[in-house]
Design a protein around this ligand. Structure first.
Ligand code: ZN
Length: 203
């Protein structure tokens, strides 16, 4: 981690909150969104959206409150929607056109490692000081250790779901529309880290 990165430990990009709140309001309505934010102690986030990096504790509180207010399938679906929205934001605002054009000219097999390396260089924006790694193998896996968003024990976290949906949408747009990313190992199940596996759907 860089010196600048160490200053950011314990904080991640605001999309983890902004996009989840947006998905929650749109899909479940203002009443449920307000109930979740109140339970998480984040009511002011409805009135005053966050700008810079946010404490991971806030995102964890939001995930926990969401799991307490809505059923598990809805909570996972909303976390995945937040991930897709985060990817759409990154594609629209944070990924340079030059990089996109470079990827588009490369054969598919070279695109994925290049994109994953770029994601690794920006890992400080989403790991909260945890270590991001690409694990080679078949299938390749992405590892975040420790995952800042999943609890250290107990029920499976929504962090894995959120990250998987974000990376899947980026891979589908920039590498191969058949890409699939799914949670494989969760810190909440006793692992030191969360792992996501990268698959490719057959045509
Ligand atoms: Zn997890």
């Amino acid at each position: 981690m860089s010196a600048a990165g160490s200053d950011r430990a314990g904080r991640i990009g605001p999309n983890a909150i902004l996009q989840l709140v947006a998905a929650l309001r749109e899909r479940e309505g203002e009443g449920t969104a307000a109930a979740v934010l109140h339970r998480a102690g984040l009511t002011e986030r409805l009135a005053r959206p966050v700008g810079g990096l946010v404490p991971v504790a806030e995102v964890r509180a939001l995930h926990t409150a969401l799991q307490e207010v809505v059923d598990p399938a809805t909570a996972r679906s909303l976390a995945a929607e937040a991930g897709r929205r985060t990817a759409a934001y990154l594609l629209g605002h944070r990924i340079p056109g030059l990089f996109r054009r470079l990827l588009a000219r490369l054969p598919t097999r070279l695109r994925q490692p290049l994109l994953l390396a770029a994601i690794g260089r920006h890992a400080w924006t989403f790991t909260g000081g945890g270590r991001f790694a690409v694990l080679r193998g078949s299938p390749p896996r992405l590892s975040i250790e420790p995952c800042p968003l999943c609890p250290a024990s107990g029920r499976h976290g929504l962090g894995c779901v959120y990250y998987a949906a974000t990376f899947e949408a980026l891979l589908r747009d920039l590498v191969d529309p058949r890409s699939r990313v799914e949670p494989a190992v969760c810190r909440a199940a006793g692992s030191r880290r969360c792992e996501l596996r990268i698959l490719r759907l057959s045509a």
